[in-house]
Ligand binder design. Structure first.
Ligand code: ZN
Ligand code: ZN
Length: 89
């Protein structure tokens, strides 16, 4: 009887652990490296697989932005120059 309870507890623990692992995996957002196509965490500056640059710092506001983005998602700067419709409005 005690053995049965222990086995049930172990199974429940395993299930909780698996669920936790899945949640942890989901919590880390990933994107594909543009060069090698492998999954890399979104907050990385350089791909750990092929060492290509994934992000650069916006020359306008200093936030890191994806190389793939033309405009900085933080300040709207385009290639280092702030868009003037923000300044005129
Ligand atoms: Zn890569
Ligand atoms: Zn910016």
């Amino acid at each position: 009887m005690l053995l049965l309870v222990l086995i049930i507890l172990l199974v429940i623990l395993c299930l909780i652990e698996r669920e936790f692992d899945r949640k942890v995996e989901q919590d880390i957002p990933e994107e594909n490296c543009r060069k090698c196509g492998k999954n890399v965490a979104t907050d990385l500056l350089i791909c750990p697989h092929c060492s290509s640059l994934l992000r650069e710092h916006c020359s306008c506001c200093g936030h890191s932005k994806l190389i793939a983005y033309r405009h900085c998602p933080w300040c709207g700067a385009n290639g280092g120059e702030a868009r003037d419709h923000y300044a005129t409005s």
